[in-house]
Unconditional design. Sequence first.
Length: 362
Amino acid sequence: MEFKIAVLGGDGIGPEVTAEAVRVLEAIGRKRGHTFQFSEAPVGGNAIDRYGMALPQETVRLAKQSDAVLFGAVGGPKWDDPRAKVRPEDGILGIRKALGLFANLRPVKVSPQLMEASPLKPSLLQGVDIVVVRELTGGLYFAKPKKRWETARGRRAVDTLRYTEQEVRRVMRVGFTLAQGRKNRVTSVDKANVLESSRLWREVAMETAKEFPGVVMDNMLVDTAAMQLVRSPARFDVIVTENMFGDILTDEAAVLVGSMGMLPSASLAGIPQAGQRAMGLYEPIHGTAPDIAGKGIANPLGAILSAALLLRYSLSLEAEARTIELAVDKVLADGYRSPDIARPGERTLQTREMADLVIGLL
Ligand code: NAD
């Protein structure tokens, strides 16, 4: 089969790790008889430098013409001025919105080989296998009014947290559908004791639960969820939450596996039926890591596992996705480590060497 993939590497280590994910896709394509047509486009800080905007129209057009988007990361100190009119983050927020991708899936599975790399005790990490589903296109990050102004009594600013019941229902359905293929448990996270938008969220979550009688749902306040994630993470199966809560909780969950460099994510407009293709954007959860950019030592496994999610959700190539995931597990089981997941004194491999090992096992 033939597929078109838009590659938006972005800034810092984004292009470094995305290049390795592309090589892994090419290798699995050669093995299984698929052709991937990769097209690169600018996004983020490098797009600001060249075009004065973080998300050029041409990049959106290319993404829309593709079967899926492989994304790196955007941002860096060069574009950090808080007074700047354009920001690299507009690139990622804008492309998710332009493609209508409202659900961000972040699987967090702690492999036994990496328990040592986590700051948590191994006894707490036993059996941790969570998917966090974060609402992506609504809530505090997008709703208006969103502005800053000056008054005689000083500066003021406002952001707005607004949700419609349709926005909540569609992302809750993604969570419940995922749970059906897992342990049949959904935890809906909100702040219903304080926020009106969360009371709507909770109401719709409970209505959606009735559509999925085989799945058990509980509601949890976001502060409790933040605590439970480090106190007893194995209790969770699927977590569904609004945009900002999800942003924060997923970074916390990343700590469980020891390094940001390990975790993939998928941004989707629903869970596609088996056998169907569906647009999605796939990116490691980490940022541009300016401290290690250009050194060739970034861990490429989060990007490579994102490529596996791309095969699963956008191209309906489950066997190929699984092959890549098993190859990554084997590389770790054989003791190979990039610097971010190595113990002191352990031999470490470069970005390209880690990817070569995965490719060798496909
Ligand atoms: P970061 O994820 O870039 O880095 C945090 C730490 O993790 C750093 O020490 C870094 O070296 C390490 N790290 C991250 N990815 C790694 C990898 N693959 N291999 C080895 N080590 C890795 O977060 P930050 O430092 O807070 O942000 C840096 C820049 O990235 C900022 O401009 C931020 O806005 C941006 N950012 C972008 C995205 C995105 O594009 N989706 C997400 C998060 C942060």
